[in-house]
Design a protein around this ligand. Sequence first.
Ligand SMILES: C[S@@+](CC[C@H](N)C(=O)[O-])C[C@H]1O[C@@H](n2cnc3c(N)ncnc32)[C@H](O)[C@@H]1O
Length: 245
Amino acid sequence: MNKAQKQLNKESGRISSMFNGIAPHYDKLNHILSLNVDKYWRGVMVKFLKQEYNGGGTPRVLDLACGTGDSSIALCKKGMNVTGADIAQKMLDIAIAKNDKINSKYSPLPDYILASAEDLPFEDSKFDATTISFGIRNFNNRPLCLKEIYRVIKPGGVLAILEFAKPKNAVIRFIYNLYFNNILPFIGRVVSKDKEAYKYLSDSVEAFPKYNAFCSEIKEAGFKDVKYKKLTFGICVLYTGKKQE
Ligand SMILES: C[S@@+](CC[C@H](N)C(=O)[O-])C[C@H]1O[C@@H](n2cnc3c(N)ncnc32)[C@H](O)[C@@H]1O
């Protein structure tokens, strides 16, 4: 293992420890801090995939950085065969426990695997689609991960990524900064007792590339028809693309 790989492993270890630490509070905080709007954002992503595969059997979907499984479950409930993958076992444990509460009419239930986006344990072209909700800004090496994702999607298959962004409108941006830089880290710290995790959330959104810059990264990995759609004043964005036929 070279020096760069060791550094990457160290970084991944830090990220997985942070998510393992906040796992017990993650769902509650997610819904409080997003004022439940996260459900709407996930719904938009699922609807997009549903339209792509309308009438096309049971698409196999990799829900990468699946965390506690909310997007995996939403996809499963729309008739998709979902594999969730994440580097934080405690987040996955919560996702796995949720399978007991899903109505048995939804079949197959999502299955979950501990794996990193940097090195996916799947053969080439295994999935019809890959989704990532609020996960990609945590990846250490986005170009490497996007190439791995491209590899495991079938030719013509779809990528759909939900991620936070800083809104452009000055008024919305003012409210957003107030909320993300002050209120959100405060509530996050009180509920999760983790001083850094929710400060990290606003820092990582700040560091994430702007809309067009991120579309260019997706294209560089090989995807075509790359587009983005702003949701809720541009606080959240749905990025989509397709693997070449
Ligand atoms: C903010 S959570 C999002 C979880 C879930 N997708 C959701 O919508 O609630 C980010 C997740 O990304 C995972 N993650 C970070 N880096 C990863 C990587 N390299 N490969 C896979 N998962 C990763 C974390 O462990 C964490 O569960």
